[in-house]
Design a protein around this ligand. Structure first.
Ligand SMILES: NCCC[C@H](NC(=O)CCC(=O)O)C(=O)O
Ligand SMILES: NC(=O)OP(=O)(O)O
Length: 315
């Protein structure tokens, strides 16, 4: 594997899932693979799970790791091509990235969307400049449109907990006070459309995701109908893709409640975290034995380790 920015970078998804499960059993089987190699983790936005799990994953492979919260600790960056830099920004992304590539053997980058201009966000300018100018493999730590490390961990978690060969997996929109990116649901749908699952996506009208990620999913506007017979309920808020970045609803009738979980086939509850309790999901559900959010977060470590291993083996 050269870069890891979407499911398209994976040649054999089931082999990668097996690799994740192997590393979960034997975390230190490749403890010398990354010796004398440095992973740089660059954050343009906050993180808990991605930062800590990827850092730990690199340690398990014997790598050294440098972490930078670039907006707080670095020079203000310009990302527009050809910009006349007489404003606030002191450094262009392409110079900063080329320099980082001199110090790191692999770079991870987190860069969220502005949610102001769909065309700009979906062009993935920051991620693509990292790929273009770093000269080293790039791992997405959640880009403007996708979160592949999360989706790989999600797929592994579903593989571990499924009760039938092709489980019904429901991605449900849930309310939230803020406008959030579409990266997690886009990426989840993209990975699930390539997996042995029956994917149903439920959301209020106007929250349709980019069809390029949902081609193999059924869209059901009635949340209760969607929940019937589900083996997994994956909750997430996102802002509108059609009316780009807008909050069209804060309807608490979409909150995942214990009553709604009763419609499912004793479904497991999943969420990528961080989660707004009693807005996205009721305490009663997330604190129930059917909630696997912590196991899901734990799998982030093994997912990151498998991806780093694949890249180290390639370089
Ligand atoms: N990496 C996991 C999700 C990150 C981000 N959530 C957030 O920004 C939540 C912020 C809040 O709840 O205030 C998102 O939805 O893409
Ligand atoms: N799920 C996830 O990516 O969490 P963080 O934003 O805390 O990294």
């Amino acid at each position: 594997m050269k870069h890891f920015t979407s499911v398209k970078d994976v040649t054999n998804i089931s082999a990668l899932v097996e690799e994740v499960l192997f590393l979960k059993q034997q975390p230190y089987a490749f403890k010398h693979l990354g010796e004398n190699k440095v992973l740089g983790l660059i954050f343009m936005n906050p993180s808990l799970r991605t930062r800590l799990s990827t850092q730990r994953a690199s340690m398990n492979l014997g790598m050294n790791v440098i972490v930078m919260d670039i907006n707080k600790e670095g020079w203000k960056l310009e990302s527009r091509e050809g910009a006349v830099m007489d404003g606030d920004a002191a450094e262009h992304v392409k110079d900063a990235v080329a320099v980082m590539g001199q110090y790191c053997d692999i770079i991870g980058i987190r860069s969220f969307p502005s949610l102001e201009n769909r065309e700009d966000d979906y062009a993935e300018n920051v991620l693509n400049q990292f790929i273009r100018y770093a000269g080293v493999p790039i791992v997405s730590l959640e880009s403007t449109t996708l979160h592949p490390l999360q989706s790989l961990a999600d797929l592994v978690t579903i593989q571990e907990y499924k009760k039938t060969p092709k489980p019904k997996v429901v991605l449900t929109w849930a309310p939230h006070p803020k406008a959030l990116p579409q990266a997690v649901p886009n990426s989840f749908a993209e990975w699930m459309c390539n997996a042995e699952v029956d994917l149903v996506i439920t959301h209020p009208e106007g929250y349709e995701l980019d069809e390029k990620y949902t081609w193999n999913a059924t869209i059901e506007y009635d949340q209760k109908k969607a929940f019937e017979g589900a083996e997994f309920i994956y909750a997430k808020n996102w802002s509108s893709y059609k009316q780009y970045g807008k909050i069209l609803s804060k309807d608490r009738n979409w909150t995942v409640s214990a009553d709604k979980m009763k419609l499912t086939n004793e479904a497991y509850f999943m969420h990528c975290l961080p989660v707004r309790r009693n807005v996205v999901v009721d305490d009663e559900v997330i604190d129930s034995p059917q909630s696997i959010v912590i196991k899901q977060a734990a799998n982030r470590l093994w997912a990151a380790q498998a991806v780093l291993k694949k890249i180290l083996e390639h370089t």
